[in-house]
Design a protein around this ligand. Structure first.
Ligand SMILES: Nc1ncnc2c1ncn2[C@@H]1O[C@H](COP(=O)(O)OP(=O)(O)OP(=O)(O)O)[C@@H](O)[C@H]1O
Length: 448
């Protein structure tokens, strides 16, 4: 009987160890919650003082403080590390809030993040200043970008915020159109640009906004989102016309602002406020492609129309989301001027450093380097930066074209009434089967 009990105990122990081993590889969140988090918390708590000391993150307290707090001479007290205000576990890692003593600044902690990562045996450590003198150390217990799972709840505070991807610190990367009105997404073939746009559209479709598509690859990507689009242009000729209509819409909206003596769409009373518009341009090079000399004039006019929109349309709630493989002077006169206005940047894997520089050169040299290091077997990984110099590594969750198309159909009732765009509304057969992708049709006037 005793033997049987021992056998059962040993078998149970092996099964437990095997289960944990399996969880480590296949369910890292579960493994982290059961094993990783308690171990990392213990390590952090017991080695905090010495780790901060060896990482050069301690300071000698002032004479007055030494006397007031410890009642001893300054030379007799040990250097002190930042005070831990809060330590909490999350489903992907640990978050510690630290109050910095005088003499330490956030960049000192950021510079030591690689050493802290080693010391506490976590996957990554990132540092963000939350208020003056307080930093948040976000530690991830495992590689959260390997299999992306978005946080269940993401706090969004504005009307134009869309969580699109996961950052490597485990938080959501949120595209906020009011903070960063226009953006550029770059990447080589098969790097994950379409997946990024798909996630974006899936999020935008649920908001009270108008969506305008320009997809000069004959609409292969965006026609599937037809039910939720207010307008779709699938050829450069249609796009040139559509851009003209958008410029006119912008001017009308400016008249409205001036009538109400305000300078921003969001300051208008809700009952007269026009719906925000997001213009999604897929594969921008196709839009600016010229086969003959006569096309060049149209191309240059379109670039200038986009420059005008990028320079002014933010105030009237028209936002640009441009996507392409490259975005350089080869796209025509004014292309670099347009790029400078697209301040949100997302760069996927690129074929050459020059493309990474086009996207992230004015963000930071480290961001450029990070983009050139994205591995080919990690599609969807990108470096996201903005004009403030901040950047992070992100990866989108996998969303299939069928899922995105289903969301667009579900939220088709949110397509706003915009008479100026009606001639560009994609034709979507009313009796189409739910899973069927819309046919590629030339925009037709809406008759109802
Ligand atoms: N976040 C992701 N996670 C896993 N797989 C991804 C991710 N993003 C993209 N992929 C996969 O990578 C491949 C290429 O993705 P996608 O079509 O989005 O790239 P692309 O840059 O738009 O390519 P192209 O320029 O050739 O159209 C697809 O098979 C897609 O499923």
């Amino acid at each position: 009987m005793a033997d049987l009990t021992t056998v059962l105990e040993v078998t149970g122990a092996f099964a437990g160890v095997g289960g944990l081993g399996y969880a480590k590889g296949h369910a890292p969140r579960v493994y982290w919650s059961l094993v990783g988090m308690p171990v990392a918390m213990g390590r952090f708590t017991f080695t905090y003082g010495t780790t901060m000391d060896v990482c050069g993150l301690t300071v000698q307290p002032s004479k007055l403080r030494a006397f007031m707090v410890r009642n001893v001479a300054r030379r007799e007290v040990q250097p002190v590390p930042p005070k831990v205000r809060r330590l909490r576990g999350t489903s992907t890692g640990l978050v510690a809030s630290l109050r910095l003593p005088a003499g330490l600044e956030p960049s000192d902690v950021a510079a030591a993040s690689e050493r802290l990562r080693h010391a506490w045996g976590v996957h990554s450590v990132t540092v963000a200043e939350t208020k003056p003198g307080v930093v948040e150390l976000r530690m991830t217990g495992y590689d959260v970008l390997r299999r992306v799972k978005m946080p269940r709840r993401t706090r969004t505070t504005g009307p134009m915020e869309v969580p699109v991807a996961l950052r490597e610190d485990g938080s959501a990367y949120v595209r906020d159109y009011r903070k960063v009105p226009h953006a550029l997404t770059l990447g080589a073939n098969q790097s994950g640009k379409s997946m990024y746009q798909r996630n974006l559209i899936t999020g935008l479709a649920k908001l009270p906004v108008g969506l305008v598509g320009i997809d000069c690859k004959r609409g292969v990507e965006q026609s599937a989102y037809g039910p939720r689009l207010s307008a779709l242009a699938t050829t450069p000729e249609d796009a040139a016309e559509l851009l003209g209509v958008l410029i006119a819409e912008m001017e009308e909206r400016f008249d409205l602002l001036s009538e109400h003596h305000v300078s921003d769409l969001w300051d208008l009373p809700e009952e007269v406020r026009p719906v925000p518009l997001v213009v999604l341009v897929d594969e921008v090079a196709e839009l600016f492609l010229t086969a003959a000399k006569k096309d060049e004039e149209r191309r240059d006019r379109m670039v200038m129309q986009m420059v005008r929109l990028a320079q002014m349309a933010r105030a009237v709630g028209i936002y640009l989301e441009v996507c392409g493989q490259r975005f350089g002077a080869e796209l025509g006169k004014g292309a670099t001027m347009l790029r400078a206005q697209l301040t949100g940047r997302v760069v996927h894997r690129v074929n050459d450093k020059q493309t990474a520089e086009m996207g992230l050169g004015d963000v930071s040299p480290d961001a450029v380097l990070a983009a050139t290091l994205i591995a080919a077997d990690r599609p969807g990984v990108a470096v996201a930066g903005d004009a403030s110099g901040g950047w992070s590594r992100i990866r989108t969750p996998q969303t299939t074209p069928t899922q995105a198309a289903a969301v667009c159909r579900e939220y088709a009732h949110l397509v706003p009434d915009l008479p100026a765009l009606a001639p560009f509304r994609p034709h979507v057969p009313a009796d189409r089967a739910p899973a069927e992708v819309p046919s590629l049709v030339k925009p037709q006037p809406v008759t109802e």
